[in-house]
Design a protein around this ligand. Structure first.
Ligand SMILES: [Ca+2]
Length: 208
């Protein structure tokens, strides 16, 4: 069994050091982390980006699968076009995000479809911690395509947030990911109508 014994903050990233529970526990470091709620902003498929509110979105170093992309176009419903116009896309995309501790975290997923404006051309599902949070998700059906869209969830985690995007018609796509503790902030730079959902480990049904 391991415990997270210390947390370092470097360039906005949180590095976790897992030590055997019999090892020395740096209580001060854990306490210091408790004072600052975890909040990761990730610019999927893009570079480091500072949004209009001054928050830094990290470049996409941890995404796996698919490819990074960027399309210059007028992204509707947002003032953060560089965030939404860069994306990771593919049949199977995976983000594995280390967290300070197990528990419930807020997740905002940012989307914009740079290609399709009509429904039915791109459908995908999203799993958080192995549970589907979006099924037959169709960006264009919600926004008409080239506009910002945010979906928000509360997800119970084991200390590592696993997000999987799986294209069922065409390729999955994602423009940004926020994972955070504490109160939810308004979705960045978007005027969309956002849905909220939540899952907990207790509600999970296995064997489906
Ligand atoms: Ca992006």
């Amino acid at each position: 069994m391991t415990r997270f014994s210390s947390v370092e903050r470097l360039e906005g990233r949180v590095l976790l050091h897992a030590l055997d529970v019999a090892g020395a526990i740096d209580v001060d470091a854990v306490a210091a982390d408790d004072a600052a709620p975890f909040h990761l902003r990730l610019n999927a498929g893009g570079r480091t980006y500072v949004d209009s509110s001054g928050y830094t979105w990290e470049r996409d170093r941890i995404g796996r699968g698919g490819r990074k992309g960027r399309r210059v176009y007028d992204v509707g419903g947002t003032g953060e076009e560089p965030l939404f116009a860069t994306y990771r896309t593919g049949k199977l995309i995976r983000y594995t995000i280390p967290l300070p501790a197990p528990g419930v975290y807020g997740v905002n997923l940012l989307f914009a479809d740079p290609k399709f404006a009509e429904p039915g051309r791109r459908l995908f599902r999203v799993l958080a911690e192995d549970e589907p949070v979006l099924t037959d998700f169709d960006i264009a059906a919600s926004t008409g395509g080239r506009a910002a869209l945010v979906r928000s969830f509360a997800v119970a985690t084991d200390g590592v947030m696993d997000l999987v995007f799986h294209g069922t018609v065409g390729k999955a796509i994602v423009s940004g990911i926020e994972v955070f503790q504490g109160d939810s902030l308004p979705p960045v730079g978007t005027s969309c109508t956002c849905s909220a959902g939540s899952i907990t480990k207790r509600s999970r049904r296995r064997g489906r």
